[in-house]
Design a protein around this ligand. Structure first.
Ligand SMILES: [Fe+2]
Ligand SMILES: [Fe+2]
Length: 346
C-alpha cells in the first residue's frame, strides 16, 4: 500500500537538494512517467533531384576531395534531426567526382553503402577489391574496411552514400582513419586473400582475420533488376507491391546489422495498403514517378528524388502513371529487430 507523504514541501525541497548534491535523481518528484517517452523529431520530407543536381555540380567550384575534405558531398538533412542527418539513424549524402579525381582512402567505424546514380567510370576499392560501378550498382564498405573512390571516366559521376553513422555516433564509437596513400593497392590487402581462401577453411599464415569469407560487397543492378522483374511475375506484397531485400549470401541476413537495403517496383495503377513500421526509411527514386502518403499528407516523387518515412509513420505508395516506378531504400529494420523493437502493423 502506498505510504502517504508526512513531510512539508520545504522538507521535500531540502531533501531533493541533498539528492541532487549526491548525484542522484528522484524522478517521482516530477509529474509524468518515470521514463519519459520521446516523440520522433524525424519529419517526412522529399529532396528534389531538380534542386540537388545543380547544387551538387556547382559544389566543385568550392571544394575538391583530398583538399580540405575527404568527400565532396551534399547531405540530405532532415529538418527535424538536429545532427542534420536524414533520419535519426541513417545518413544519406550525394557525392560528386569529376573525371580523374580520387576520394582518398580511409576507413571508419560506421558501415557504409553507395548506390551509383549517374555517369560511367567510377570505382570504389574495398580492401584491395576494385569495384567498377555502373548506375544502379550497390557497393558496401562494412566496418572497418578501407575504401577509396575514383572517377576514371570522361564525365562527372554521381552516387549516394548511406551510413549508419548516427547510430555509431550515438554509441560514442565513431572513429575514422586516413590511409597514408591516396589510393590503396589493388589486390594487395590481406583481407582479399582471406576472401579467396576462406571458403576452403584455410588462410595464408600472417594474414589478419575479420573479413568474412564470401562477403559480397558489389551488387550489380542488372542482377537486382532481373530478380525484381522475375518476382513481379510471381507475387506482390499488399504494402510494398514487388520488393526484394539485398542480403549477405554468407549469412542470408540483411547486408548490415544496422541497415537493410531494398529494391522495389510499384507497378502502374497500384496503390498499396497503408502500414506503419517502427523503423525509419530513406527512399531513392531510381526510375518513374509516383507518390507516397505519409500520415495523411501526399508527397509526390519522380526520378532522382529522395524521401523519408519517419518511424511509426503510416504510409502507402501509389503509382498513378502507366510506367513502372522503381525505388531503392535503406531502412534501419535490422537494428530494431535485433533489439526486439521492430513492429509492423496495418
Ligand atoms: Fe568512407
Ligand atoms: Fe513500409
Amino acid at each position: 500500500m502506498a505510504r502517504p507523504a508526512t513531510r512539508s514541501v520545504e522538507e521535500l525541497d531540502q531533501y531533493l537538494a541533498l539528492v541532487r548534491a549526491a548525484g542522484l535523481d528522484a524522478p517521482w518528484s516530477r509529474p509524468g512517467p518515470l521514463i519519459e517517452s520521446k516523440k520522433t523529431g524525424v519529419q517526412p520530407c522529399v529532396w528534389r533531384w531538380a534542386e540537388i543536381e545543380p547544387l551538387l555540380r556547382r559544389s566543385s567550384d568550392f571544394i575538391a576531395p583530398g583538399q580540405g575534405t575527404e568527400r565532396r558531398i551534399l547531405r540530405l538533412a532532415n529538418p527535424g534531426v538536429p545532427e542534420r542527418t536524414s533520419t535519426h539513424t541513417l545518413s544519406v549524402a550525394v557525392q560528386y567526382l569529376l573525371p580523374g579525381e580520387v576520394a582518398p582512402a580511409h576507413s571508419h567505424t560506421p558501415n557504409a553503402l553507395r548506390f551509383m546514380m549517374r555517369g560511367q567510370g567510377a570505382y570504389t576499392t574495398v580492401e584491395g577489391d576494385k569495384c567498377l560501378m555502373t548506375p544502379g550498382d550497390l557497393v558496401l564498405t562494412p566496418t572497418p574496411m578501407l575504401h577509396d573512390h575514383g572517377n576514371e571516366g570522361s564525365e562527372p559521376v554521381i552516387w549516394f552514400d548511406g551510413l549508419d553513422s548516427p547510430i555509431v555516433r550515438y554509441l560514442e564509437a565513431l572513429t575514422q582513419h586516413r590511409h597514408p596513400q591516396e589510393r590503396q593497392q589493388i589486390g594487395k590487402v590481406a583481407g582479399l586473400s582471406e576472401r579467396y581462401f576462406g571458403t576452403a577453411g584455410l588462410r595464408p599464415v600472417g594474414t589478419r582475420t575479420g573479413t568474412r569469407p564470401q562477403r559480397l560487397i558489389h551488387y550489380r543492378w542488372q542482377t537486382a533488376q532481373a530478380a525484381l522483374l522475375q518476382l513481379a511475375q510471381l507475387e506482390a506484397n499488399p504494402f510494398d507491391d514487388v520488393m526484394m531485400e539485398y542480403v549477405d549470401p554468407s549469412t542470408g541476413r540483411s547486408i548490415f546489422p544496422t541497415m537493410a537495403c531494398y529494391v522495389q517496383l510499384i507497378r502502374p495503377k497500384v496503390h498499396t495498403r497503408a502500414h506503419r513500421q517502427t523503423s525509419s526509411a530513406v527512399y531513392h527514386v531510381v526510375r518513374g514517378a509516383g507518390c507516397t502518403v505519409i500520415d495523411g499528407v501526399r508527397y509526390e516523387w519522380k526520378e532522382g528524388d529522395f524521401f523519408v518515412v519517419p518511424p511509426s509513420a503510416r504510409h502507402e505508395h501509389a503509382n498513378e502513371g502507366s510506367d513502372p516506378a522503381l525505388l531503392f531504400s535503406l531502412q534501419d529494420v535490422p537494428l530494431l529487430s535485433a533489439l526486439g523493437l521492430y513492429r509492423e502493423e496495418e
